[in-house]
Design a protein around this ligand. Structure first.
Ligand code: PB1
Length: 325
């Protein structure tokens, strides 16, 4: 049977029928809003490559968190711009640094908002890599995961609801899980950046987080963009080590990976719509080349259709407003 008995356009003839048969729906519950915490008071530093994204001091980050709560966004993801950086990234586990202070301040005012600190060292190391280096500039995996566990405990003490390791060291999920459990934090879930690619789409983030590697690149620990099977191995390993949520990152250039991970594993899958993806749309919209609202919602719906349960996106506030309209 086929045309003319079958006419696919019958189910597109009105917005009402299109709504009735719609297969995927983006909702505000899917969204996580990344924020960048810095020190000081009343600080709101714009970043040219990410229009609408700012380095915010804790007082202003609490206000921004309040905006997220008003819009119904369930969670914020926190990154830090510390007062000091050193070879060992020691400001990352300083209980009085910006992220730890932001966690405490947000949880005090908005206890219902989930606060998820990104857990890595690149914002805190003087060299900008995601771990401790040897003399040759290689990231030392096992020494690094010991520091990551210390950072996780610092975030847990501050009141983090979930921790999100983004470093891509082997064994870090198990090390963080063991440390949290040993210190009474067995209820804190881990959202692991499991399939995180050595992507060219992170540039604008590195502007905001001041985390560009001073030499080399992250290909020695982040995944090769050409690999797909390897992503399933990484996700499997993280689940085995105790990850509660797994993540694919970036999102739009990796929708196939999101789909494969969702089909293969029965755990929540997050996708990170990264800074370069955001900057592309913002630049095109600011130049009048694309209709921002339409393409943002289309992109986020595509990430959802690919299988993501959670979408980390700098568009979160705008998308939440547009979804209310
Ligand atoms: O939006 C983004 O580009 C996110 C970048 C991401 C944050 N977790 C990493 C980018 C990078 O590799 O520099 C940071 C790695 N810890």
């Amino acid at each position: 049977m086929g045309f003319p008995v079958v006419r696919a356009r019958r189910l597109r003839s009105s917005e009402t029928i299109r709504r009735m048969v719609r297969e995927n729906r983006l909702t505000v519950d899917d969204l996580v809003y990344p924020l960048f915490a810095t020190n000081g008071q009343g600080v709101k530093n714009p970043v040219a490559s990410m229009p609408g994204v700012f380095q915010l001091s804790v007082d202003l980050i609490v206000e921004e968190a309040g905006e997220a709560v008003k819009l119904g966004i369930p969670a914020v993801l926190l990154f830090g711009i510390p007062v000091y950086k050193d070879e060992k990234g020691s400001s990352a586990f300083d209980d009085n640094e910006a992220v730890q202070c932001a966690i405490r301040a947000i949880k005090e005012k908005y206890p219902q908002l989930l606060v998820i600190p990104d857990l890595c060292m690149c914002e805190y190391t003087s060299h900008g890599h995601c771990g401790i280096l040897d003399e040759q500039g290689n990231v030392l995996n096992d020494e690094t995961i010991a520091i990551l566990a210390k950072i996780a405990l610092s975030y847990a003490r501050a009141g983090a609801d979930i921790v999100a390791p983004s470093d891509m060291m082997d064994g870090r999920v198990g090390a963080i899980r063991e440390a949290l459990d040993a210190h009474g934090y067995s209820n804190i879930p881990i959202m692991a950046y499991s399939a995180k690619y050595a992507s060219g789409f992170y540039g604008p983030f590195r502007d905001v987080a001041e985390s560009t590697p001073q030499f080399g690149d992250r290909r020695g620990y982040q995944m090769d963009p050409a690999n797909s099977d390897e992503a399933l191995k990484e996700v499997w390993l993280d689940i085995e080590e105790g990850a509660d949520i797994v993540m694919v990152k970036p999102a739009l250039p990796y929708l196939d990976i999101i789909r494969r991970v969702k089909d293969e594993f029965q755990v929540p899958v997050a996708a990170y719509n990264v800074s370069g993806e955001y900057a592309m749309i913002k630049a095109a919209a600011l130049n009048g080349w694309l209709e921002e609202k339409r393409v943002v919602l289309e992109a986020l719906t595509g990430i959802k259709r690919a299988g993501a349960d959670i979408i980390i996106t700098y568009h979160a506030k705008d998308a939440a407003k547009w979804l209310k309209e």
